[in-house]
Design a protein around this ligand. Sequence first.
Ligand code: MLT
Length: 244
Amino acid sequence: MTLDVVFTPAGLTGAEVQGRTVFVIDILRAGTTMCAALHHGARAVVPVATTEEALRMAQTLGPDETLLAGERHCVPIPGFALGNSPREMQPEVVRGKTLVMTTTNGTAALLTAAAGASVIVAAAVNFSLVGERAQTALMAGEDLLIICAGREGRFALDDAYCAGRVVQAALGGNRGRKGLNDAALAALDLVRRYGERWERPLLVSEGGRDLAELGMKDDIADAARVDAYPVLPVFHERRLQAAS
Ligand code: MLT
């Protein structure tokens, strides 16, 4: 068994992902927003790389069935129905809809993970389900990979802290460190540094500070709400759906 963390998907190859149980993290905010949408009844989320691709995909899937969602530089994309705030994903808006979504880092990280044997979105808002899944996978001898979306190829504290929490949950009471790569060890150290409260590392991270400056501090509070959107989003055949 292996338990690897990567702090950015940059440079990750399909071969490194293939056959592994993969957790993808973009806690601020794409991963949290996907959990909110699926928890509130969205049929699926289809992540795509570009705005143009999103428009084409929405046409293919049928405009009546779909909602365009996403951001660039944290702000909603002109012409899209939704931005990238979990608080926008209200049941009356998203129920029964397929969201076609493009964000700066989160959707790209998911697309990188596509070759995984099982690909799951992890955040604080679905943490208990993620922790159980990670622990079961490790006990079953599966190879785990935790991909942090990061920030345009760079380290992001908010995602790295979340990765540490997933590593900790996967290990359960087991104090052994066999099979962990250096990034997984460093992520665990962040948990020791910041403790159990999710909001602290999110607020001090660059991503958190950017959101606060843009007047979106409530999204940080939302992202820190443990188990607020208890759903296990699984990425399979280009779409993310809630595991039943
Ligand atoms: C991303 O995918 O880069 C983030 O979710 C950015 C954001 O907070 O809107």
